[in-house]
Design a protein around this ligand. Structure first.
Ligand code: PLP
Length: 377
């Protein structure tokens, strides 16, 4: 987290205004306009978390019972749980061996007559192959919902993520490239979708006591909006530090064998969120648990594919009916049969390191030394 006096001053302005909700204030509205400009879209809709952004985005596209949505299994739970919250069915496709983002060929294999959308996750600041995925979506009449929670500022094919698919979702959780404490944003160029997202965010209520559809209270507060506006002004500096730190780590261990550094696809201009390393257990002579024990500061990062977790293995969501046992679906899904070879292997080999702007050069050097020593042994 990186909060300066300017965020504090803006928060004080909100306090002094006595207007703490977006229904009465101006900060969130301005933050939305500024964020839309930054991403390069017509509309930005601020919400209280990235999870809420995904929940609303899927609902706005009218995806529900009986519908399938293709997602990677190597991601934060909200990418998939937001589909379940809409009573629809997550279908897992494999990830690319180098970028660890959704593999377009695997996506193609997973499309059925029930598929409505694809959710590519731009992981840790590295973008998914949006060109291939958009082509697949066009060919099969599917929506693209970009989960850009971890990649604020990343570009794919010269376009910012969140401006490429039908709709984009961001998180401002403290670990992200910019923060509002908790918070999220939805981005889109589509006027109708934007309108639906605004309705869904606020009880389906366009004006007092008029209820046009089932909605939620997912509103961002004015204090979050005030912090967000300042953070957005500082985003380029944050990204520069993170990219520099990532590069420094990668360069520092470029000579050693047994640990792979993050791969940057040609189409991608990264905005690194964290640094993903990958061990080669044969070369290192260490399993992932042994490596993590030798390097306790490193982070586990998605220890198993999502479909291997209890939620999916035992299908514990709503207690009756949809999403899984659903008359609109007409088939039965068994995640116990899922076995995607790349993600199974990658989850056994991956770890993460912090590279946020407050990480010192000394800490980066220490991490490089630790990795070099592990490789030497
Ligand atoms: C890929 C991904 N999607 C969705 C989310 C959900 O965001 P939030 O924690 O703001 O609900 C996160 C973040 O934590 C994330 O990393």
């Amino acid at each position: 987290m990186n909060l300066s006096d300017e965020e504090q001053n803006e928060v004080l302005k909100v306090m002094k205004s006595q207007m703490l909700t977006l229904l009465h204030g101006e900060f969130v509205k301005k933050f939305e306009e500024e964020f839309a400009r930054y991403i390069g879209v017509k509309h930005a809709i601020a919400v209280n978390t990235g999870t809420a952004a995904l929940h609303i985005a899927i609902a706005a596209l009218d995806i529900g019972p009986g519908d399938e949505v293709i997602v990677p299994p190597f991601t934060f739970i909200a990418t998939a749980s937001s589909i379940l919250h809409n009573n629809a069915i997550p279908i897992f496709a494999d990830i690319d061996d180098k970028s660890y983002t959704l593999d377009p060929d695997s996506v193609k294999e997973k499309i059925t007559e029930k598929t409505k959308a694809i959710i590519p996750v731009h992981l840790a600041g590295i973008g998914a192959d949006t060109s291939a995925l958009v082509d697949i979506a066009k060919d099969n009449d599917l929506y693209i919902i970009e989960d850009a929670a971890q990649s604020i500022g990343t570009k794919c094919y010269n376009k910012k993520v969140g401006a490429i698919g039908n709709i984009g979702c961001f998180s401002f959780y403290p670990s992200k490239n910019m923060t509002t404490g908790e918070g999220g944003m939805i981005t889109t160029d589509d006027d109708v979708l934007a309108e639906q997202c605004r309705l869904l965010r606020h009880h389906g209520e366009p004006e007092w006591y008029v209820y046009n559809r089932l909605g939620y209270n997912y509103r961002m507060t004015e204090i979050q909006g005030a912090i967000g506006r300042v953070q957005l002004k500082r985003i380029n500096g944050f990204i520069e530090s993170r990219n520099k730190n990532a590069q420094y780590l990668s360069k520092g261990i470029s000579e050693i064998s047994g640990i792979l550094t993050p791969f940057i696809p040609e189409y991608c201009e990264p905005a690194f969120n964290y640094w993903i390393g990958r061990i080669n257990p044969e070369i290192l002579g260490l399993t992932k648990p042994q490596f993590l024990k030798a390097f306790p500061r490193s982070k586990v990062l998605y220890p198993k594919p999502l479909y291997k977790t209890k939620l999916f293995q035992e299908k514990i969501a709503y207690t009756r009916g949809c999403p899984w046992s659903c008359p609109f679906y007409g088939k039965e899904i068994d995640y116990k049969k899922d076995n995607l070879p790349r993600v199974e292997k990658i989850t056994q080999e991956i770890f993460a390191l912090d590279i946020h702007p407050n990480v010192s050069k000394e800490l980066l050097d220490e991490n490089i030394e630790i990795m070099k020593n592990i490789a030497k042994k």
